[in-house]
Design a protein around this ligand. Structure first.
Ligand SMILES: [Zn+2]
Length: 488
C-alpha cells in the first residue's frame, strides 16, 4: 500500500483472434522495439553506474544527458550530440515513449539491485513491457456497446506509423478486449493510471494489464470498528465472536446460539415420522388405511417444515437483537461463514451417511438470507452483512494460523503447534472474522463477493480495517514469540 492509495492491476485479454495480421504484426513490432530500448537503457545505466547514481538512486536527468539530444530556441541549452544517441537508433520512437522506457529501465535496475542476493522470483520475460501512462491521452479506453466485435476497446499509440516529416500525426492502434462484467466492475473501481501490453508465449495470447490507483476514503466514525464472525452449525445453531481493536476477543462477546426446547420438538416429530414410515413399510394394510396413514404423514411433514422455519426465525431474531445491541457500541460488520460446496462433497457413497443426512437437512442459506433481510429492515447497508466462504476455517488455528490441528470429536479443536484447545465452532467463528480483514488488506483484491446474493462489494466500504489489522498483527507477533502464549 502506498501513502496515496492502493495500486491494483486488472488483466484483460486482447481478442487476438479477431484482429488483422497487420495489427498483430504492429503489436509485435512495438513491443519488440520497446524491449530493445529498455535493454539499451539498462546497458547504459550499468556502464555508467558511478556517474549516474546519487544516494543509490539513478539520476534521470543525468541519464537523459547521456541518451537524449535536445534542441531549443535558446541555443545555450542545446545538446546536439550525446554519447548513446537513442533517438538516432530508434528514429520512429517519440520522446514520450523513450521516457516511458527510461522509467521502466530505472525501475528494473532498482529491483535488480534490491534482489541482488536473492534469486529472481519470476523468470524474466522475453519481452519487457513498457508502462504507458494515461495522462495526456497517450492511450484511450472506450466502451462501444453496439459494436459486434467487442464491447471494450483500447487505443494505444501506433508509433511505427510516424511519417518522417515532423507534422505527421500518430495513429491509434485499436485493440478489442475480452472484457467480462467482472473486469468492467474492477475497472470502474479506481482511476486508470497506466497500461502494459504483454505477450504470453506459452499461452500464445496478448494481454493488457491496466494499472489503477485506488484512493481510500477517510474513515470517519465516532465508534471503533469491529467484526462479528458467525459460524453456522448444525447442533449448535450458530457461534458468534466479536473482533475488536481493543483487546483479545472478549469472553463476554462470544455467544453460542442454540434452542433446546425447539430441538426437542423437532426430534419428536422426526420420531413420529420414522415410526409411521416403518409401519407403512412392514404391515400389509388395506387401501383406505394406507391412504389415511399417508395423509397423516403428509400433515406431519408439513408441521415439520413449519417448525424448522419457526426455529430459524426465532433464533435469527435473537441474533439480530444481539447484533443491534453491539452495533450501538461499534461500527459493526457482520461476516457469516457460508459453506459453499458442502452438499456436493457429501454425496451418496462417501462413507459418511449420518453426516450427509444432517448436512442435507441443514438450511444455512435460509438462515443467512433471513439475517440479511432482518438487518436490512433496521436500515443496515447490504455490505455490512457478508456471507463469505468458510472453507478451511474449521481446520486452521485461530491463534497461530497453523493447519497442524485435529478434531478428536465434533465440538473440540486442538492445535498441535501452539496447544490451543477450544470449541471447534468458536475457532471457526474467529477465523471467519479474521478472514474478512485478510481479504480487505490484500492489495490485489478490489472487491469482495457476497456468496448469497452473488454481488461484489468494493473494498472501499471496508476501509476501517487497517486499524483492526494492526492490532491483530501485533497480537499475533506477540503470540508467535517462543514461550509466550504456549499452553502445554
Ligand atoms: Zn495454534
Amino acid at each position: 500500500m502506498t501513502r496515496s492509495g492502493v495500486r491494483t492491476t486488472v488483466k484483460v485479454r486482447i481478442k487476438a483472434e479477431v484482429i488483422t495480421t497487420r495489427k498483430r504484426r504492429r503489436l509485435e513490432q512495438i513491443t519488440g522495439r520497446d524491449t530493445r530500448i529498455i535493454k539499451q537503457y539498462l546497458k547504459v545505466i550499468y556502464h555508467n553506474e558511478e556517474r549516474l547514481l546519487t544516494k543509490k538512486k539513478v539520476n534521470k536527468a543525468k541519464l537523459d544527458h547521456l541518451t537524449l539530444t535536445k534542441y531549443k530556441k535558446n541555443k545555450l541549452h542545446n545538446r546536439p550530440t550525446v554519447r548513446h544517441d537513442l533517438k538516432k537508433n530508434f528514429p520512429r520512437c517519440s520522446q514520450n515513449e523513450l521516457q516511458e522506457c527510461r522509467e521502466n529501465a530505472v525501475a528494473i535496475y532498482h529491483s535488480q539491485q534490491a534482489n541482488n542476493s536473492a534469486p529472481a522470483k519470476n523468470p524474466p520475460l522475453k519481452k519487457i513491457p513498457r508502462t504507458q501512462l494515461a495522462h495526456a491521452k497517450r492511450f484511450i479506453l472506450t466502451c462501444s456497446p453496439s459494436n459486434s466485435i467487442a464491447r471494450w476497446w483500447v487505443g494505444i499509440r501506433n508509433s511505427l506509423d510516424t511519417k518522417k516529416n515532423k507534422t505527421s500525426k500518430h495513429e491509434k492502434l485499436w485493440l478489442p478486449l475480452a472484457c467480462s462484467p467482472y473486469h468492467e466492475h474492477n475497472l470502474n473501481l479506481g482511476k486508470l493510471q497506466a497500461l502494459e501490453v504483454l505477450y504470453y508465449p506459452k499461452k500464445k495470447e496478448w494481454w493488457v494489464h491496466f494499472i489503477l490507483l485506488h484512493v481510500p476514503e477517510k474513515y470517519a466514525s465516532s465508534r471503533p470498528p469491529a467484526v462479528l464472525g458467525i459460524d453456522l452449525g448444525i447442533n449448535k445453531r450458530a457461534v458468534s465472536a466479536l473482533l475488536t481493536p481493543k483487546g483479545v476477543i472478549n469472553r463476554h462477546e462470544i455467544r453460542f446460539w442454540s434452542d433446546k426446547t425447539r430441538k426437542k420438538l423437532q426430534k419428536e416429530t422426526e420420531r413420529k415420522i420414522a415410526k409411521l414410515q416403518n409401519f407403512l413399510a412392514k404391515t400389509s394394510l388395506s387401501v383406505s388405511n394406507i391412504n389415511s396413514l399417508l395423509h397423516q404423514l403428509k400433515s406431519l411433514r408439513k408441521s415439520q417444515r413449519t417448525e424448522h422455519k419457526l426455529t430459524d426465525h426465532t433464533y435469527v431474531n435473537r441474533l439480530v437483537k444481539y447484533i443491534l445491541s453491539v452495533g450501538k457500541r461499534y461500527d459493526l460488520y457482520v461476516v457469516v461463514g457460508f459453506p459453499i460446496h458442502i452438499r456436493k462433497s457429501h454425496y451418496r457413497g462417501n462413507f459418511h451417511p449420518y453426516s450427509r443426512k444432517s448436512i442435507h437437512k441443514w438450511n444455512y442459506r435460509r438462515v443467512t438470507e433471513l439475517l440479511k433481510f432482518k438487518l436490512s429492515l433496521h436500515g443496515w447497508e447490504e455490505y455490512r452483512i457478508l456471507a463469505i466462504s468458510e472453507s478451511w476455517t474449521s481446520s486452521c488455528c485461530s491463534r497461530c494460523g497453523s493447519y497442524h490441528t485435529i478434531r478428536p470429536n465434533q465440538p473440540t479443536f486442538i492445535c498441535h503447534t501452539c496447544g490451543y484447545n477450544l470449541n471447534a465452532d468458536l475457532n471457526g467463528a474467529k477465523n471467519i472474522a479474521r478472514r474478512l480483514i485478510k481479504y480487505v488488506l490484500q492489495p490485489q483484491y478490489t472487491s469482495i463477493k457476497d456468496q448469497v446474493s452473488g454481488k461484489f462489494f468494493p473494498l472501499s466500504s471496508f476501509r476501517v480495517f487497517p486499524v483492526l489489522s494492526q492490532w491483530l498483527q501485533t497480537k499475533q507477533n506477540h503470540l508467535l514469540t517462543p514461550g509466550a502464549g504456549v499452553r502445554a
